[in-house]
Design a protein around this ligand. Structure first.
Ligand SMILES: Nc1ncnc2c1ncn2[C@@H]1O[C@H](COP(=O)(O)OP(=O)(O)OP(=O)(O)O)[C@@H](O)[C@H]1O
Ligand SMILES: [Mg+2]
Length: 312
């Protein structure tokens, strides 16, 4: 097992970002399999509140129940989970043991990859559709296991909104999928900028928070960020000219892609038919990315089992 020689990515939280339709969920599925083959205990958190089908392309017949219900429902529907923008306080009981979580909230692939779902926007009345509370689960959830520490791969919804809700502060790495479009490059550049600012200690926006205690709490979450950085992964690049153009543009922002997933009809068909993606032909494309993350993570020093949510 990889983690016997290195602490590697065990216990790490990897967040997958990118513009709509860029390939976030596809990357999540292939990356999870690649990590599982390397010996990691892998947990996918589906944190996209709008899209469905992650279980199907993983070959799992039914989606797990949404964790938002386990945590008490959204505040907008009379529940207890608040939006991190208004209320940055940590999710209560955010540390969840795989063994203690009721089985309905868990689903597994045949090869043991755990799938959890943060929650979907549902029709619980007009105005109940803000998914901030779901982002809080994505920000704070910490999965524990009697086995090796799981590496979490978190599939975020498209765009920057969740990063504005503070989710980056609680990730070890942000992975941005870049398809060959200018908006995809722009999004990667913005996430890199936000990541650099967090790491440089810039203060987050708190002008909307009236409570001085909560405003200070947000600042402290940013000060204690565990984020190591942003890496980019190309997707659907089908010729050398496009690849070199993309690489050149990203380099201007200090981004150097760590992997590239080729365009392949079988991936598109799986999403169309809601059938399992045959990931094996693609896993080797991601090995350089995993190597890069492992090396850079190890440089930070061994994982000490620090609690996910920082003591404030
Ligand atoms: N490497 C690929 N080769 C061929 N088609 C691909 C590839 N990656 C993604 N696709 C196609 O692009 C679509 C979007 O991919 P995917 O669902 O992974 O993106 P996403 O970023 O998660 O989208 P969303 O923002 O809607 O969540 C898929 O339905 C599939 O048809
Ligand atoms: Mg998706």
């Amino acid at each position: 097992m990889r983690s016997s020689t290195t602490h590697g990515l065990a216990g790490m939280r990897l967040g997958v970002f990118g513009k709509g339709g860029s390939g976030k969920s596809t990357l999540t599925v292939i990356l999870a399999k690649c990590l599982q083959l390397l010996g990691y205990n892998v947990c996918i958190l589906d944190a996209d509140s709008t899209n469905v089908g992650m279980n199907s392309v993983l070959g799992i017949p039914r989606a797990p129940l949404p964790l938002i219900d386990w945590f008490g429902g959204t505040v907008f529907s009379g529940g207890t989970v608040t939006c991190p923008v208004d209320d940055p306080t940590p999710l209560v009981n955010s540390k969840v043991s795989v063994e203690d979580l009721p089985v309905e909230y868990e689903a597994r692939t045949d090869d043991g990859i755990l799938l959890l779902e943060a929650g979907k926007v549902t029709g619980r009345g007009p105005g109940a559709g803000c998914d901030g509370p779901i982002a809080k689960i994505a920000r704070d959830l910490w999965i524990e296991s009697n086995g090796p520490h799981p590496v979490m791969v978190i599939d975020f919804k498209a765009g920057l909104e969740d990063s504005a809700r503070g989710v980056l502060t609680n990730l070890d790495w942000g992975l941005v999928v870049v398809e060959p479009t200018a908006p995809a490059i722009e999004l990667a550049a913005k996430l890199k900028q936000i990541s650099d600012e967090i790491r440089a200690g810039h203060k987050p926006a708190t002008a909307h928070i009236r409570s001085r205690v909560l405003a200070r709490l947000v600042e402290s979450l940013y000060e204690q960020s565990r984020l190591l950085g942003i890496e980019t992964i190309l997707n659907r690049v089908d010729n050398d000219a496009t690849a070199s153009y993309l690489t050149d543009r990203l380099a201007r922002y200090g981004l150097f892609p760590v992997a590239s997933i080729p365009m392949d009809t079988s991936i598109a068909l799986s999403w169309l038919r809601m059938e399992p993606i045959d990931v094996l032909p693609f896993i080797h494309f991601l090995e350089p990315a995993i190597d890069r993350l492992e090396i850079a993570t190890d440089r930070r020093g061994p994982w000490h089992g620090r609690p996910l949510l920082k003591e404030v």
